[in-house]
Design a protein around this ligand. Sequence first.
Ligand SMILES: Cc1cc2nc3c(=O)[nH]c(=O)nc-3n(C[C@H](O)[C@H](O)[C@H](O)COP(=O)(O)OP(=O)(O)OC[C@H]3O[C@@H](n4cnc5c(N)ncnc54)[C@H](O)[C@@H]3O)c2cc1C
Length: 447
Amino acid sequence: MPLDASQDLFSDDFSDEPFWWRAARPMEVSQDGMKTEVDVLVVGSGYAGLCCALELGRAGVDVTVVDAGAIGGGASSRAAGFVSGRAGVSKQINLEKAVGPERADAILMEADEAFEHWRDAIATEEIDCDYVHKGRFVGAHTPTAYRKIAAKMTEYNQDGRGLFEMIPRADQRAYVKSPRFFGGMLIKNAGAVHPAKYHAGLLRLCRAAGGRFVPHTRVLSILSEGDKKRVVTAAGDILARRVAFAGGGYTDAAMPWLKRRIIPMSSTIMATAPLDPSLVASLLPAGCPTIDAKRVISFARPSPDGRHILFGGRARFYPLSAEKSVRILHAHMVETFPELAGVKIINAWSGLMAFTFDFLPKLGREDGVDYATACNGGSGIVMMSWLGRKMAWNILGGANRGSAFENLPFKTQPLYTGTPWFIPFIGEWYRFRDWIDLREVRSGRAD
Ligand SMILES: Cc1cc2nc3c(=O)[nH]c(=O)nc-3n(C[C@H](O)[C@H](O)[C@H](O)COP(=O)(O)OP(=O)(O)OC[C@H]3O[C@@H](n4cnc5c(N)ncnc54)[C@H](O)[C@@H]3O)c2cc1C
């Protein structure tokens, strides 16, 4: 629903589409007609679906990608653009406790490998996506949070590369000018990308590799027919030798088994109207994105041209009008950057991310359908690109050496059918705990 652009928080040219679409819009129309029989059908046209299609296309496979909406209209053109390796997995959990020390190590190493691969790919494939490798600052909202982040840093630094460093409050101004933080962690091996341009670059490569794209075609169900799959879509049936499912946070009843294991989580971002670039540079001097360490996170980054600040997070965990979400986020933004009081908003949008009950991404095969899913609010740009490729290699067979994200337990919860009715309760509980944590700041004990 469009926002009321007359309201004072919104600039005259306000749009409720992603800011990124001003430079790269998802593909609404394709000349590729729908075939009734294909070798591999990919469901979902985000990074996972495209990277899968790219590998398959280059291996000479006849591949078609269908999407219920525009090609790339899901989370993949809505992200904030933060990219990293190991810092993107296991933020919410004690990984070693969850999967054991060996698997934990394998997961962290693979996340790093995924990031190296991602950086190599955008360079060698000449994907023009405004990538900058300037790190990321994780701000501590309390002194206690600073100590907790330091413990996580020790876990991350176990590879001996020293790519994570604690920055005390006295020095944080080199990264972020905000009264909200009590120091933080610098992730040196991280960066920021234009997510929609990255997606557009992948799409160009896929098309060059022979991939076919059919937007606005929802898959309704996937049935077995001999050794093939009959895929029922709103536009007719497709017979496929293999199906790769990459529905992300938009996964629906087409794959009920997966839907029962995925928690769709909404996140909102807004972009300020153009600012004086010197103001942007003074608030984020190193040009690196920043994220806080609360349970209910918020984050900020400069736009690639350095004229806007993009600020995002979760306004509330229950349905809210877009206008109210923006008002709440705007208040958070001003708490973080008081200099932005009165600044208007040019774009505000939301999207869905896929979470799992154990907060780990998953790669696997169920009932003959391959899937790659669930960034868990972490590094989906890198991770879903990586797992999409791995999914293709699984389909191709051959020399795939497997993945640490494969064959992990993939649990659901009793009575969960894919509608996350519990999110408002958990979300409010998280907000309450953040509020409790902030007592040490309110009481003045933190200074
Ligand atoms: C607001 C926001 C901010 C984010 N910020 C970051 C960030 O800074 N860094 C980062 O790394 N990640 C970020 N993410 C996460 C990242 O965007 C996702 O992890 C990633 O894009 C997921 O890619 P995907 O291919 O799995 O899913 P998507 O890109 O969501 O694509 C899934 C597609 O599947 C389609 N689909 C689903 N079911 C069907 C069906 N039955 N039939 C046909 N089509 C179907 C959907 O229409 C959708 O287009 C963010 C996400 C959001 C929403």
